[in-house]
Design a protein around this ligand. Structure first.
Ligand SMILES: [Zn+2]
Length: 381
């Protein structure tokens, strides 16, 4: 056990965390290797073109054909993934004590996800196909506006419309915690309209907290698992960190970056969407827009890897900023305690390789955050 881990893990917990990291990493390697092999096989056999030809026998309308094509692909790939998801939830997470999901909740979630996916995905894909047909090369500008509107609406209504389909949200009851959070909110002039508790414990013992709402009305959502394991002071410090994201405009910045990103993506898509060679490469004999969307999905991967790196870089910087805000307006030592507990409860890796962090982490590793908090606490006191 490294010296820095003392005070976070005891010897047994540290060993458990290493085992968990090892098992998870191995499993995710197997899953992605399997899915890569499957994709390559389908490409090699011209499976996408075959599916398109098979469906065109039954569906003549171009937009409906695209919806059927993606619907079948989505359901097939999800069914293939079910054994992996079951193993991850009911074997790995179960073994390490995280899993609280029942088989019933698991499949009910799937069903709701299918319905929601059919509704939202179908609508967006339908609009895209219609615009491509009607506007040809300039479809991307109008579709960009549609997507932007969709992202803003989702941001505004996620907590009120989507979340209640999967979880129960109840207002935080009156008491010391509510008073403490409200007192802090008033102190930093935060427009808090309501504090909700979500039954995260229905699925996992892992904890979280987040904000929702873009404009003046802010809601904070705390996981019941978070409230269970932390003192009021620690929860106020976590809340202060979230307020930091708001005060430093990270949420708006993230939304703007996503909008720019999707604009760039759609522009590149517009250069490729009418290329007959792409359809042929996937096994068709003529231009098919939905096949080209699949081809674009593959070809765009290296670009999205680079933009993902950039987004992670910004996100990690924002985390340090939000921590700094929490230290200066609430209690830095309590924040450090809360982060330590969260890390230990989630069995997170204390010593990830810096290159892995650079590629994959949206949050800085715990020890880096603790060191930065220590510096800030020294400045304040
Ligand atoms: Zn954060």
């Amino acid at each position: 056990m490294p010296a820095e881990a003392a005070g976070i893990y005891n010897e047994a917990q540290y060993e458990k965390s290493q085992k968990y990291q090892k098992v998870s990493a191995k499993f995710s390697f197997i899953t992605s290797a399997f899915s890569t092999l499957l994709t390559l096989t389908i490409l090699w056999l011209g499976g996408f073109g075959w599916l398109d030809t098979a469906l065109s026998i039954y569906v003549a309308n171009e937009i409906l054909l695209s919806l059927a094509f993606f619907g079948v692909l989505f359901i097939l790939s999800d069914i293939i993934n079910i054994p992996f998801q079951l193993y991850s939830t009911f074997v790995i997470e179960e073994k390490f004590g995280f899993n609280k999901t029942t088989i019933k909740t698991f499949f009910l979630d799937k069903l709701k996800g299918y319905l929601l996916g059919a509704l939202i995905g179908g609508l967006i894909l339908g609009v895209l196909m219609y615009l491509v047909g009607a506007l040809q090369n300039s479809f991307w500008l109008i579709f960009w506006a549609v997507i932007t509107l969709f992202m803003v609406v989702m941001n505004m209504f996620y907590t009120t419309l989507i979340l209640p389909l999967f979880n129960k949200l109840s207002p935080l009851e009156e008491g010391t915690l509510r008073t403490a959070i409200e007192t802090y909110g008033a102190k930093v002039n935060f427009p808090l309209t309501n504090i909700y508790v979500i039954d995260g414990s229905k699925r996992s013992s892992k904890a979280n907290a987040f904000f929702s709402g873009l404009g003046k009305k802010k809601k904070v959502v705390l996981y019941d698992t978070l409230i269970e394991n932390h003192s009021d002071d620690e929860l106020v410090a976590i809340f202060a960190h979230e307020v930091g994201h708001y005060e430093k405009k990270h949420i708006q910045m993230g939304l703007v970056l996503s909008i720019i990103q999707s604009g760039v993506m759609l522009f590149i898509l517009s250069l490729m969407i009418f290329n007959t060679n792409l359809s042929m490469a996937l096994g068709a004999t003529e231009l098919k827009i939905h096949l080209n969307l699949i081809a674009f999905g593959f070809l765009y991967t290296p670009v999205s890897m680079v933009t993902g790196l950039f987004m992670n870089l910004i996100s990690r910087k924002n985390e340090f900023e939000a921590d700094r805000f929490a230290v200066t307006t609430a209690n830095g030592n309590k924040l450090a305690e809360a982060l330590k507990k969260l890390s230990a409860d989630n069995l997170s890796n204390l010593t990830p390789h810096p290159a892995y962090v650079f590629m994959n982490y949206s949050h800085p590793p715990l020890l880096k955050r603790l060191a930065a908090i220590k510096v800030e606490v020294a400045k304040v006191s």
